[in-house]
Write a protein that binds this ligand. Structure first.
Ligand code: NAD
Length: 336
């Protein structure tokens, strides 16, 4: 039995997480869910977005399955997502984007994995006003050799373990010569240790253009925190939208699995959110727990339901979309 901390999250979180949990339970994987609060829901209940009991649960279990959390765009309300990644040193954020049979998009043969550095860069949280009038603000980007080395090493090891051929490092070292320069220099050193994997480097702005025009040239992409955040939404757009992309946040001794998307307040409580991203995050979690058979079972059933296109949410089929719960049940039926 695996103990997993379950955070259902805000907005569409509870509705999609309920389906994901039901499906994982039906897969035969032996998971004991320990439910915990975080985000707006926790703030409204306990006056804090991350209660101690939630941290104690993650401390114990070292694996968490999390729905999206709302982060208010204001001072004083910190991002719990960023905080959890920093607290547990979840330095690798792995976001696979693959074309789905049955989802109509411009390309049908995309298979890109974004490996985003998750603890440093411009999201290190070092921001302040420089003047009392608040007319100059400063943000510090922190890049370390250690942080760069371990994330690029992760990307190459991921490529080798998953039978992938190429790693592209994306950077802006032409302008940010110290921070991005250190990242690129370190990436080149790591690449030399993996002669069996092709290595390429691209400037981030050119990467965006190439990714839209010729995405098939990308395989594994490794980059710094903010570039990875933006690029993974771009790859989501290429394969059919944010409702489809999972993310694994991996550290040396803890891991947190979630969707790339947020709490989607515009569609909350309407039973139309696509549960695919969190279900695929669940598949990544099952693989992490070595429950490979259950992971394959869930993935195969999900692929079948999406390919048939009958029991899918409206973002995948605007003519005949069904509810989140109906899509969830169809996946359970497909597993049987
Ligand atoms: P969002 O990802 O919540 O939504 C962007 C658009 O995508 C919306 O139109 C939404 O309806 C759609 N969408 C997202 N998920 C979907 C799904 N599963 N099915 C169908 N459509 C889906 O981004 P946002 O609106 O910028 O952010 C809302 C809140 O979520 C903010 O408070 C933000 O800080 C937070 N957020 C949290 C996480 C996280 O918890 N990891 C990630 C991103 C944003």
């Amino acid at each position: 039995m695996h103990n997993v901390t379950l955070i259902k999250g805000d907005g569409i979180g509870p509705s999609i997480m309920d389906q994901a949990v039901k499906i994982i339970d039906a897969s035969g994987a032996k998971i004991h869910w320990e439910e915990a609060d975080a985000g707006m829901a926790a703030f409204n209940k306990f006056g804090t977005p991350i209660p101690d009991a939630t941290l104690e649960s993650i401390d114990r279990n070292r694996v968490a399955f999390k729905g999206p959390l709302t982060t208010a765009v204001s001072e004083g309300f910190r991002s719990i997502n960023v905080e959890l990644r920093k607290k547990y040193d979840l330095y690798a954020n792995v976001r696979p984007a693959k074309s789905w049979a049955g989802v109509q998009t411009r390309y049908s043969d995309i298979d890109i994995v974004i490996v985003r550095e998750n603890t440093e860069g411009l999201y290190a949280g070092l921001e302040h006003y420089l003047t009392s009038k608040r007319d100059i603000a400063e943000s510090l980007a922190v890049v370390t050799r250690h942080g760069s080395e371990r994330i690029v090493e992760y990307a190459f090891k991921y490529a080798r373990d998953n039978n992938r051929k190429k790693v592209t490092v994306c950077h802006k070292a032409n302008i940010l010569k110290y921070t991005q320069g250190l990242f690129l220099e370190t990436a080149k050193e790591v690449a030399a240790r993996y002669p069996d994997i092709e290595f390429d480097s691209k400037i981030i702005d050119a990467t965006c253009m190439h990714m839209v025009m010729n995405p098939q040239q990308f395989d594994v992409v490794v980059t710094t925190n903010m570039f990875g955040d933006i690029l993974s939404d771009l790859t989501a757009g290429l394969v059919g939208g944010l409702g489809l992309i999972p993310g694994a946040n991996i550290g040396a001794d803890a891991a947190l699995f979630e969707a790339v998307h947020g709490s989607a307040p515009d569609i909350a409580d309407k039973n139309i959110a696509n549960p695919t991203a969190v279900i695929m995050a669940g598949v990544m979690m099952l693989d992490h727990l070595h429950e490979h058979e259950a992971a394959n079972k869930v993935k195969t059933a999900l692929e079948k339901v999406i390919a048939e296109g009958k029991y899918v949410t409206p973002d995948l089929n605007s003519n005949a979309g069904v509810g989140t719960d109906v899509m969830g049940q169809a996946i359970i039926d497909a597993m049987a």
